[in-house]
Design a binder for this molecule. Structure first.
Ligand code: AMP
Length: 492
């Protein structure tokens, strides 16, 4: 132990770093369920599992994060003993591009992989915004077809539904960055930084509304905290053009037709053609307009997107503990990134992908009351009375496990009453008591804790059911499993 003052023991405050979350059973189970459901969907479309390490060389990751005003441009980086800078991956796409560049010759092309894992971003934490979170991605590397983009949208819809969101509770919004590129070129904007500032401004439409975005397209915007964000310096005509373009998103019907009437320039025309092919493919993939629609306000924050971009938005009304409405932002997003592999090889390898934020999706499902109940149920607890009988308790727990029922022997030092309380707090379906009497008579006593909890909640007022489901029974040892099964099945 170190100490500041002689004779005084240094005691660090027990705290987790900001933006890093501790997750308990309920969170982890919910996340795992999502990962399993989404992985199954990805596999069913022919994507193979793949993973890379947590670190990449910093130059391989590039500087593509929207939050570039923090040290190391939004990543966590350190210098290796050979002086090379390494950074924790901030998404699963940049490492895939590195791998594809490295292994292109030997890969089946197009290369279709899915991946899930932790990513880290050194950005300002906030509600639903962590510095460590899990993503689950699917990508197709080596296909320039807009149909590959459409497939990403279909995958995302199937993934959300498999994770537990009903149709109508989400929408996949689709856009093409080439539209805005073309539009800005027509308006005389050619500077890459200026274009990026426009994209970032448009990305904030949801949060700031048109007036806020307009400020960011012009000179800049002063927020409530007094901080000033420099704008893109577009002239009023340029701002108006972007405004007209964004307005199209409010008219869901005939978006493509409305876009065709705008002066989009060569890049924009190309973008529009791609969107038309995506539309055809979506029809073939069986997606309805309720599931996926075009929205010119979607641009996505990451800098590496080159064409179509997608965003999954929740349409559910969700509230927090205080009943206040909660917004989750996007639960997933993606798009086409045709230049990411070429950064390494100089050769263009077109690619497209979609990424779910697993922690955010889990939180959203919970707030929407869509996380499956019963998952928090604990093990059957075998009560420990007597030190001399521990072997018998373990044998009993083993019997339960052997029959596929999670079980544990109480290993704390407390008495009977506290043990029952423990079992209840663990949400154990039952506690099993093997006292001297039971051991002598070859019986076992089973306390139905599920019933106790239901009675406490006042859920069960069905007298007949209550009469047939005793709170505690003593039965011959051979009947143990039958009683436990009845409790687990919730049958009287
Ligand atoms: P991105 O890689 O930025 O396109 O984000 C893809 C998805 O990851 C988003 O739709 C979110 O669900 C999730 N995500 C992004 N940033 C965060 C964050 N800081 N904390 C939690 N989830 C995030």
């Amino acid at each position: 132990m170190t100490s500041d003052t002689p004779g005084e023991t240094f005691r660090p405050e027990a705290r987790a770093p900001r933006g890093f979350a501790d997750k308990r059973a309920r969170d982890l189970r919910a996340e795992r369920r999502i990962l399993e459901a989404v992985s199954r969907v990805y596999e069913s479309y022919g994507f193979e599992p793949f993973d890379t390490g947590a670190f990449e060389y910093a130059d391989a990751l590039g500087k593509f994060l929207p939050d570039s005003d923090r040290p190391n441009e939004g990543v966590f980086a350190l210098q290796d003993d050979d002086e090379q800078w390494m950074a924790l991956r901030y998404d699963l796409t940049a490492p895939l591009a590195r791998f594809a560049a490295q292994s292109w010759e030997t890969l089946p092309k197009p290369f279709r992989r899915y991946a899930f894992g932790t990513v880290w971003r050194n950005e300002k934490p906030g509600p639903g915004r962590y510095r460590e979170f899990i993503q689950c991605d699917a990508d197709t590397v080596g296909s320039a077809r807009p149909e590959a983009d459409a497939e990403m949208v279909a995958l995302a819809a199937a993934g959300l539904e498999a994770a537990g969101l009903p149709r109508g509770a989400y929408v996949l919004k689709i856009n093409n960055r080439k539209l805005l590129d073309g539009l800005l070129a027509e308006a005389g904007v050619s500077d890459a930084r200026q274009k990026l500032t426009v994209l970032r401004a448009v990305d904030k439409l949801d949060r700031l509304g048109w007036e806020g975005v307009k400020d960011l397209l012009g000179k800049g915007r002063l927020d409530e905290s007094g901080a000033f964000t420099k704008g893109a310096e577009l002239d009023p005509a340029g701002q108006e053009t972007v405004g007209e373009f964004l307005d199209i998103s409010t008219r869901t019907a005939g978006v493509l037709k409305a876009l065709a009437e705008m002066k989009l320039g060569a890049a924009g025309e190309e973008g529009l053609k791609e969107l038309e092919r995506i539309e055809d493919a979506l029809n073939g993939l069986g997606l309805t307009a309720e599931q996926a629609r075009f929205d010119p306000a979607v641009v996505r924050g990451l800098e590496y997107y080159t064409g179509p971009v997608f965003e999954a938005e929740l349409l559910l009304e969700t509230t927090d503990e205080k009943g206040e409405p909660v917004r989750f932002g996007s639960v997933g997003g993606g798009g086409r990134y045709d230049d990411l592999v070429a950064r390494f090889t100089g050769e263009k390898v077109p690619a497209t992908g979609f990424s779910f934020g697993v922690s955010r999706l889990a939180a959203a499902l919970r707030a929407a009351g869509r996380d499956a109940a019963g998952d928090s149920r604990g093990p059957v607890v075998v009560i420990a009375f007597d030190q001399a009988r521990m072997a018998d308790y373990f044998a009993l727990a083993g019997e339960l496990r052997g029959a596929g029922v999670p079980a544990e022997v109480y290993l704390g030092g407390s008495g009977m009453k506290a043990q029952m309380k423990y079992a209840d707090r663990r949400l154990a379906p039952a506690a099993v008591i093997l006292g001297e009497d039971e051991l002598a008579a070859g019986t076992v006593t089973i306390k139905d804790l599920d019933l106790g909890r239901e009675l406490a909640r006042g859920v069960t007022d069905n007298q007949a059911w209550r009469a047939e489901r005793p709170g505690q029974v003593t039965v011959p040892r051979a009947e143990l499993m039958a009683v436990i099964r009845r409790i687990l099945d919730g049958a009287p």
